[in-house]
Ligand binder design. Sequence first.
Ligand code: SF4
Length: 467
Amino acid sequence: MPGSVLDLFSIGVGPSSSHTLGPMRAARHFASGLETSGALRGCSRVCCMLYGSLALTGRGHCTDKAILAGLSGRCAEEIAPGELAAIEAEARASQELLLAGEHRCGFDMDADLQFRTGELLPAHSNGMRFQAFDDGGRNLAESIYYSVGGGFVVDGDGRPIDVEGGAGAAQYPYLSGEMLVSAARERGIRIADLVWEWERGLRGEEETMARLLRIAAVMDGCIDSGLHAEGHLPGGLGVRRRAPAMYQRLIEVASDPNVEPAGGEAMDWLSVYAIAVNEENAAMGRVVSAPTNGAAGIIPSVLRYYLRHMANFASDEARKRDTAEFLMVAGAIGILYKVGASLSAAEVGCQGEVGVACSMAAGALASVMGGTNAQVENAAEIGMEHNLGLTCDPIGGLVQIPCIERNSMGAVKAVNAARLALYSDGIHVVSLDSVIATMRRTGEDMSRRYKETSLGGLAVAVTVPEC
Ligand code: SF4
C-alpha cells in the first residue's frame, strides 16, 4: 500500500518499472539485508532466480542488468543512463560483484542468474529468489520478492519494501473513487486540495512542492532528450527513433505562415511528446515511472501539452501550482488502481499500464482545466473504460512495439476523455470504482499469453533475432 501519491512516480532508468526498477529494488534490499544481518563479509557467492514473466521477458527488459546493479547497492534514481550495460560488462569480465557496494563476492552471470521460464512462485508472476552462500557452500540467507507493478516490490510475506515511510508508514486514506469524491464533498473542497492536505502532512509544503516539481522536471527533461536523440533503439528489432524528425516537422509547420495547419496539431504534439519519452525509456534513458515505465509517456505528454499549448499563466507560481495539482490528482487516481486492481501487466495486461496512465492523465487534466470533482472522476473513468481488455504482448520482450505508439494513443485518448467529461455535468452511468473492478476482472479472465509473457499476440507475429 503506497503511503503517498508520490510513490506512483519513481525516477529511474528504462525500460520497465516491473522488470527493471522493481528487480533492482529487490536486489538492493537483499544485499542491504546481508549487511544488516552481518552476513555480508562471509558471503562468497550470490545467486538469483527469476520466475514467470520476469524469466520470459527479463532479457528484453534488462532485468539481468538491473539485478546486478541492485546487488551492487545501486539505486535507480542515482544510476546514470547507460550505466546498467557497463555494470553487466564489468561483472561478466571479472566474474565478481561488489555486493552492497562494499564486499567482493563471486558471481557467474550464466550460472548465478537463472531464468526459470517454466516455473512460477505462488503469489505473482514476477517472482525472484535470492540466495547468499559462504565459501563452504552454506546458505547464509535466502529471500523471495515479487515485483508487483510500477516499481512496487513486496517480500515473500507480502510486505512492501521501499515505499515512502516504509512498511509501517501512515496508511493513505482514499482507497476508492467514492472515498475520494465523498471526502472532498464533505469538506467542500476539491480533490486536488484533499490530496495536497495529505501530502503536506507527510513531509511539509515546501518539500512536497519541491518533490513534485522535481518529478515534473525529470519528465520534461526526458521529453527533451527524446526529441533530440537520433538513431535506432537497442535490442535487435531495428526500431528507428522517430520523435526527432516528427518534432522538427512540427516546429517547421508551426513557424511557417505559408503552411496551412492540417488540423491534427494537438494529436501530433501529444504523440511526439509521448513517443519521445518512450523512445528514451526503450533506450534505458532517465525516465519517471508514471505509473510504470512502459506507460511513462502519457502523463508527461499530457502535462506538457497542457502547460505549453493550452494554459496561459499569469505567473510562474501559477504554472507551478498547476503542475503540482496535475501530478497529485494523477497520483491519487493511480493509487485507486494499485489498491483496487493492479499496475502489473503480468497480472492484468496493458490495461494496468497504458490504461491506468490514460485514466490518471485524464482525471488530472480535467482537474487543472477547472473540472468539478464529479468531472474529474468521470474523466478518469472514461480514460480506463476505453482501454479495457488491452493486452500486453511486447515483441521480443522489448518495451518498443506496441508500447511506444501505444503511449501516443493513450495521451490522445486521455485528452479526449477529459474533454468529454468537461462537456458533461459529471453524472454518468459507470463509476470509476466500477471500471476499476471491471479492469481487474478482465485481467483475471485474460489468457496468460497476453500478460507480459511474449507468448501471444503481436509478440508471436514477428520473429526477433536473439541479441
Ligand atoms: S504492451 Fe503495454 S504493458 Fe506490455 S510492455 Fe508494452 S506498454 Fe507495458
